[in-house]
Design a protein around this ligand. Structure first.
Ligand SMILES: *Cc1c(COP(=O)(O)O)cnc(C)c1O
Length: 388
C-alpha cells in the first residue's frame, strides 16, 4: 500500500466509525417505482423522478429517434460545432414554458449554477445565500471569487441585513424548494426585498420545476412571480423531467452574457443532441399531464394523514420531498436498513449533506407510487421508529 492509500484508508475508516461513510448501490433494473438491489425488489422512495418520466416510453422513444438522427454524442462544445437544432428547440420550448425571453442548456444543474454565478459575479461583488442552499450554489459562489454571505434559512430579514451592507453587484440566491427539507423559499418576500434593494434574485428550482405552479412552471410561478421579479431561474432536467441536464431561463441579454462568460458551458462538450430531443418530449408531457401533479398532492396529503394517525413526525411541507427527522447518523442508517428489510428503499441522509445532528430519512414521492405502497411504507415507518 502506498503512503497515499494508507492515509486515505485511515480517513475512510474514521468515517466508517462515525457512521458517515457513503457507499453506492448499483440497481439492476429500470422498473421504477421499484428498485432491484442484490436480487431483492424494493419500493423506491429515493428518486427525484417526481412525475415518473424517467422510464416513460414516449421520452425513451424520442431519445431513440434522436440517436438515429444525431448519433450518440454532440462531438464538440457548443461554440465549436456541437450546437444543434435539437438544443435550440429545447431551449425555445423551455423559455416558453418558464415565461422567460430565452434559455440556455447546460450539461448538468451543477454546472448551470457554477456557470451562472461565475458569469454574473466576481471579485468585489457579493453573493447572499440561504444557509441551506444546494452544494452547487455554494461551490459556484466560492469559484466566482465574490464575497459569500450566508443567511439563516428562509430568514428574509437576515437576507435584507446582509444585502444592505453588501458591495458590488449583489446576487441573492436561494433554492426554490430545499432539496433535503422539502420546504419552499419565501420567494414573494425575497423578490420584493431584493427588487427594492436593487439586487438580483436567482432561484435554483431543481425540485420545484415540473412539480409546482400552473402546468408545473415551478416555484417562481407558484409564488405568483415572473421573470421581472426573478431575473435568473435555474432548473434541472434530471429530476421532474426524468432526463439529464440543467438550464437557465432569463432575459436575452443575460443568456447572451452566459454564452460569452459561463465557463462550465463554454469549455465542455455539448450534451448529446438526442437528450435534448428527449427533454423536449418530456417537457411537453410535464406541461400537459396535470394528473401527475394532482397525484403527487394526493400522496402528500395521504402521507400527512397517515403519519398523524400513527404519531409519526412529519413536516408541513406540501412538496414531494418529505423528510422524517431522526437525528443521529447511526439511528438513521439503522432505520434505513430496517425499512429495506421490510421492502422499501429509503436513504439515510447524513452530514455533511445536512447539518450535524440532523440526520434523516428522506422520502420522495412520485406520481407512479400507489396508495398501497405509501400505506405499507407508513406502517413500516411506524414499526421502525417505534410508534407502530
Ligand atoms: C440536484 C440539484 C442540483 C444539481 O442538478 P444536477 O442536474 O443533478 O447536477 C442543483 N441544485 C439543486 C437544488 C439540486 O437539488
Amino acid at each position: 500500500m502506498s503512503g497515499l492509500d494508507r492515509d486515505l484508508s485511515t480517513d475512510l475508516e474514521a468515517s466508517e466509525r462515525r457512521n458517515l461513510r457513503r457507499r453506492r448501490v448499483a440497481r439492476e433494473t429500470a422498473r421504477f417505482p421499484h428498485i432491484d438491489i442484490e436480487g431483492k425488489r424494493r419500493v423506491n422512495f429515493a428518486a427525484n423522478d417526481y412525475l415518473g418520466l424517467a422510464g416513460d416510453d414516449r421520452v425513451a422513444e424520442a431519445l431513440s429517434r434522436g440517436v438515429s438522427r444525431w448519433g450518440a454524442g454532440a462531438g464538440a462544445a457548443h461554440l465549436l460545432s456541437g450546437h444543434t437544432q435539437a438544443h435550440e428547440a429545447f431551449e425555445e420550448a423551455l423559455a416558453n414554458y418558464l415565461g422567460t425571453e430565452a434559455a440556455l442548456l447546460f450539461s448538468t444543474g451543477y454546472m448551470a449554477n457554477l456557470g451562472v454565478l461565475g458569469a454574473l459575479a466576481g471579485r468585489g461583488d457579493t453573493i447572499i445565500a440561504d444557509r441551506l442552499n444546494h452544494a452547487s450554489l455554494i461551490d459556484g459562489a466560492r469559484l466566482s471569487r465574490a464575497k459569500l454571505r450566508r443567511y439563516a434559512h428562509a430568514d428574509v430579514q437576515a437576507a435584507a441585513d446582509r444585502l444592505e451592507v453588501a458591495r458590488g453587484r449583489r446576487l441573492l440566491v436561494t433554492d426554490g424548494v430545499f432539496s433535503m427539507d422539502g420546504d419552499v423559499a419565501p420567494l414573494g418576500a425575497l423578490a420584493e426585498m431584493s427588487n427594492d434593494a436593487g439586487a438580483v434574485l436567482m432561484v435554483d428550482d431543481a425540485h420545484g420545476f415540473g412539480v409546482l405552479g400552473e402546468r408545473g412552471r415551478g416555484s417562481v410561478a407558484a409564488a405568483g412571480l415572473d421573470a421581472c421579479d426573478v431575473p435568473v431561474q435555474v432548473v434541472t432536467l434530471g429530476k421532474a423531467l426524468g432526463v439529464s441536464g440543467g438550464a437557465v431561463g432569463a432575459s436575452r441579454a443575460l443568456i447572451d452574457t452566459l454564452v460569452q462568460r459561463a465557463r462550465t458551458w463554454i469549455y465542455t462538450t455539448a450534451q448529446p443532441p438526442a437528450l435534448a430531443e428527449a427533454m423536449t418530449q418530456a417537457l411537453a408531457i410535464a406541461g400537459e399531464e396535470e394528473w401527475r401533479r394532482t397525484r403527487l398532492r394526493e400522496l402528500v396529503a395521504r402521507f400527512h394523514a397517515l403519519a398523524d394517525a400513527r404519531g409519526l413526525p412529519h413536516t408541513a411541507c406540501q412538496t414531494p420531498i418529505q423528510p422524517v427527522m431522526v437525528g443521529a447518523s447511526d439511528a438513521a442508517l439503522w432505520a434505513s436498513r430496517q425499512l429495506f428489510e421490510r421492502g422499501f428503499y429509503v436513504p439515510a441522509i447524513r452530514p455533511p449533506t445536512v447539518p450535524a445532528g440532523k440526520a434523516r430519512l428522506r422520502l420522495s414521492f412520485s406520481a407512479l407510487h400507489t396508495d398501497q405502497q405509501l400505506d405499507a411504507l407508513v406502517e413500516a415507518l411506524g414499526e421502525v421508529l417505534g410508534n407502530g
